[in-house]
Design a protein around this ligand. Structure first.
Ligand code: 6R9
Length: 569
């Protein structure tokens, strides 16, 4: 397939040089940015907020919150005070260092200030998606032996307190709170705005993100304070955050992207952070960029595909000229989407690859790098990546295999909560094995192929679903596509595609045939889907990933495993 290359010099010639940075990189140099370097102690909440007040930036805007027509802004000084007060509320509720404190509410300023407050005590924070139902909440609170949960009146009914013996307090952010709960707002009003921060060691706990395995229970991925070293430097280099940036990461804190890059990286870099509440719509999103003059925007392929599906006319109704840097994470970024981004935003969309387990960026399109459409880019400085076989041997260029990283880097997970065997299963020798299949080209760029489990074996050929899906979304009728291997007695597997259509197209046999021929001629005969099924929408996680295992389970009529992360509204 022809690869489009987008030169970095077309945009900004003054960016940090990738090779030079990589060749001279030393994590210990980055550590010097933090108080820990002198004192041996630090605290994420201090480094994100209070430090900037101490350094004279108290009046700088730290947060713009927007939800529909309502808007509010907070300086670093405001957030210092608010998180101190929240910390006092939590402390009064019995929270101590190391306790697990869950946050279960819609994106609101209180979500962010109570998260920072919990961190000031040295608690380990567990953020949950507001859409979680009772079973998902129970699994996570039980597994982590959570002591306190902060929630809202709409969601409190989904917390099965009787099944949670370790849960001591439920803190409710709402009006007229009954005596069964701690009334956050009333306690907050009474609380002192001074708080003595708990100074922590580098290996003290920070955050616990549950990520769903394809089978069985979700696993709790634990990150520690030291991760901030990587959050900070990747925010500086990859997000390219500068003093005057207004930065918007569209992810919810229930997903690791919404904490590492929705909270920590921007504030460690003293940027103005944007949080938009409410549901996705092209109007709301473009409106937010225009109203708040967003300069750096971090989102996901599913959102870009939906914006692309909404058509190019709508883009023209908004002034998006403040934007200077756009990034994507969560799924492979189709070359067609990068091309479209060039057409409508006149900016390159920078793909970034990493995982809940890695805690921060691993393989990225560094701002100064030429982008090859469809490639995830290269390892960030300080990280070594390779393609290995199942025995841990490195494979030559252009060979598909396991995408692996040399452990250790600062934001690497430290444990899977109470599940040592699971943690150990990630490693082959000195390599952390991602579970993703990829290859590296002769220029050192990495190309994602699929989850290892999703790779299709058809008539003796190994095909990654991503390549086919990317070809499919190039077709004018296709909005999104999920491709699986369907068992076949003759070919081993055949390629089956589930497709949702763009506005203005309706399913027909002619359209199926047209799409099939399009892939056959544009990619390869063996890659053309033998079966196509149209769907109104594809099953996705709350972070926007197409769930191929669900497509496969539907197809084979088997159990789809844990579905707590599925977006079902
Ligand atoms: C941050 C995050 C991790 C999995 C990962 C891979 C997929 C993420 C990607 C990507 C292709 C990218 N993934 N970014 N695939 N290109 N740029 O997404 O964490 O939710 O744990 O998912 O997501 O399969 O292994 P998480």
């Amino acid at each position: 397939m022809k690869v489009e290359v987008y030169k970095s010099t077309d945009q900004n010639p003054n960016l940090t040089n990738y090779e030079e940075t990589r060749d001279n990189f030393d994590w210990q140099e980055v550590e010097k940015h933090f108080s820990w370097h002198e004192t041996g102690k630090f605290n994420m909440a201090y480094e994100c907020i209070d430090k900037h007040v101490d350094d004279g930036y108290g009046d700088k805007t730290a947060l713009h919150y927007k939800n529909g027509d309502s808007r509010s802004s907070y300086t670093f000084k405001d957030l210092k005070t608010a998180s101190n007060k929240a910390a006092n509320v939590l402390k009064d509720a019995g929270v101590e260092k190391g306790d697990r404190v869950f946050i279960f509410m819609a994106r609101s300023p209180e979500l962010y200030t109570s998260l920072l407050g919990a961190l000031k005590i040295g608690a380990i924070v567990g953020p949950l998606f507001e859409a979680f139902m009772e079973k998902a909440v129970k699994d996570r609170l039980q597994n982590s032996e959570a002591k306190v949960i902060i929630t809202s009146p709409e969601l409190v009914g989904r917390i099965p307190v009787d099944d949670l013996p370790d849960l001591e307090k439920v803190i409710l952010v709402g009006e007229n709170v009954s005596a069964d709960y701690v009334d956050f707002k009333t306690e907050y009003e009474k609380a002192s705005d001074e708080f003595d921060i708990e100074w922590l060691d580098k290996e003290d706990g920070l955050i616990l993100h549950y990520t769903s395995g394809s089978t069985g229970q979700p696993k709790g991925v634990l990150h520690v304070q030291y991760a901030m070293v990587q959050h900070y430097i990747s925010g500086k280099y990859v997000l390219d955050l500068k003093e005057d940036d207004v930065y918007w990461c569209t992810a919810d804190p229930g997903w690791v992207t919404g904490t590492s890059y929705g909270i920590f990286a921007p504030w460690l870099n003293r940027a103005t952070n944007v949080v938009v509440g409410g549901r996705f719509s092209p109007e709301a999103w473009y409106g937010a960029i225009e109203d708040l003059n967003v300069t750096v925007w971090y989102s996901a392929p599913t959102a870009f595909r939906m914006l692309m599906g909404a058509g190019d006319e709508i883009v023209k109704k908004y002034d998006l000229s403040s934007l200077r840097h756009v990034l994507s994470v969560g799924e492979p970024l189709n070359p067609e989407v990068v091309k479209w981004g060039m057409d409508v935003y006149h900016l390159r969309i920078h793909d970034t690859w990493w995982m809940t387990e890695t805690g921060a960026h691993m393989i990225v399109n560094f701002p100064s790098m030429d982008i090859k459409g469809g490639s995830m880019g290269k390892p960030i400085p300080g990280v070594e990546a390779a393609i290995i076989d199942d025995s841990g041997n490195e494979l030559p260029v252009n060979r598909m295999g396991n995408l692996a990283l040399k452990a250790n880097w600062p934001s690497m997970m430290r444990e899977i909560w109470k599940n040592k065997p699971k943690f150990d299963s990630y490693f082959i020798g000195e390599w952390y094995v991602s579970g993703d299949s990829a290859y590296q080209d002769e220029d050192g760029y990495f190309w994602f192929q699929g989850r290892v489990d999703d790779v299709i074996m058809t008539a003796g050929e190994r095909v990654g679903p991503f390549e086919i899906e990317s070809k499919l979304v190039e077709h004018e009728a296709v909005q999104e596509a999920g491709v699986i291997g369907k068992p076949d007695p003759v070919r081993g597997e055949i390629v089956k595609a589930f497709i949702s259509l763009r506005e203005g197209y309706s399913p027909s046999d002619e359209l199926k045939e047209d799409i099939r021929v399009y892939v056959k001629e544009g990619l390869a005969a063996h890659a053309a889907p033998r079966e196509i099924e149209f769907k109104d929408k594809l099953p996705k996680t709350r972070s926007g990933k197409i769930m191929r295992r669900v497509l496969k389970a539907w197809e084979l009529n088997i159990d789809a495993g844990d579905l707590s992360s599925m977006d079902d509204d």
